[in-house]
Design a protein around this ligand. Structure first.
Ligand SMILES: [Zn+2]
Length: 314
């Protein structure tokens, strides 16, 4: 989960609502003069204009009034939640709430379906947002912060084929338009970005100042240095399916092409894949060019394209 997501800012009027959610309670204002329920939080009753609203706890029983499925993130920070099911939900008390549906497949969603609240934890400080799920679902299962599987094991493919450096035909046969399977996933959080900024001296605010980046950056929050995402390749185990053997030395010979086409917002999960682009055999040795692409999980557009040249010397 991205740590740049915009969070609600409680006001004097709305604070009881947000405090209620923290305690897993849904509090809505009811008018003492005319009993009308009001949402969002405000100072006066929308029905009779009385300035006499009381916070009352309700059980959150609701029906689905309207919804849409978003497939393109409104901010890069929400990439990890795509597709989002944005909904307007009507409580039994008659008020309507803008929210997200969770734990429901698109095929299960029907206008008018009964729903119940999910007090979804959104940060380590105990803040919660009000979401909804089907009445037959286990709401508690969707309340905890998503676990970042940073150390998720790479997909266990078949054992790597050994290819001898002298077997030129086998080496040339590796060249392919097809990418490998995805590597394991690595989380690029603000702490990692800050550490890289300190190490390299590149502490430009677009990487290191979440507050300013939220206001001024075109990305709506801090992003990782392209170079950081590039070097994180070392943490990603590629599922290439082969290993070259029979060499005395293997050298990282640099890159034929290095591009950073898409940002990596702080808090993103990234993974990578590769294909063999060229094999060139010369007197100096055998050069294998791997096209490595690193993506934010779920994103088609790569964040790094690196045509990495590896030189094998027999
Ligand atoms: Zn009223």
């Amino acid at each position: 989960m991205s740590n740049n997501k915009p969070m609600p800012v409680a006001t004097q009027i709305s604070a009881p609502f947000w405090e209620g959610l923290k305690a897993r309670r849904l509090l809505i204002q009811q008018c003492n003069a005319c009993t009308h329920w009001n949402f969002y939080p405000r100072r006066h009753c929308t029905q009779c204009l009385a300035h006499d609203l009381a916070w009352r706890e309700v059980d959150g029983a609701a029906t689905l009034y309207s919804y849409t499925v978003t497939r393109i993130a409104t901010l890069p920070d929400f990439m990890d939640e795509m597709p989002q099911k944005l909904a307007v939900v009507e409580l039994a008390e008659g008020v309507r709430i803008n929210t997200n549906l969770v734990g429901l497949d698109e095929a299960e969603i029907r206008i008018g379906m009964p729903l119940k609240p999910v007090f979804a934890e959104v940060d380590a400080k105990g803040n919660r947002l009000l979401r909804f799920t089907g009445v037959d679902k286990d709401a508690a299962a969707f309340e905890a912060l998503p676990v970042l599987d940073a150390e998720q094991a790479p997909q266990q493919a078949a054992p790597a084929r050994q290819i001898d450096l002298n077997d030129e035909a086998a080496l040339q046969a590796l060249v392919s338009d097809q990418y490998s399977d995805w590597s394991n996933v690595v989380v690029v959080d603000q702490a990692l970005i800050d550490a890289f900024a300190q190490l390299t001296g590149d502490d430009y605010w677009i990487h290191t100042d979440p507050e300013r980046a939220r206001l001024q950056s075109p990305f709506g929050g801090t992003i990782a240095h392209g170079a950081l995402v590039q070097v994180l390749q070392s943490r990603m185990k590629l599922a290439l399916g082969f290993e070259v053997s029979g060499f005395s030395t293997q050298i990282n010979y640099g890159s034929d092409r290095l591009r950073f086409p898409a940002p990596v917002p702080a808090g993103s999960r990234i993974h990578s894949r590769a294909r063999v682009k060229h094999v060139d055999i010369s007197k100096r040795g055998t050069q294998l060019t791997l096209e490595l692409t690193t993506h934010v999980v779920g994103q088609e557009r790569p964040s790094v394209i690196n045509d990495l040249v590896i030189l094998y010397i027999a």
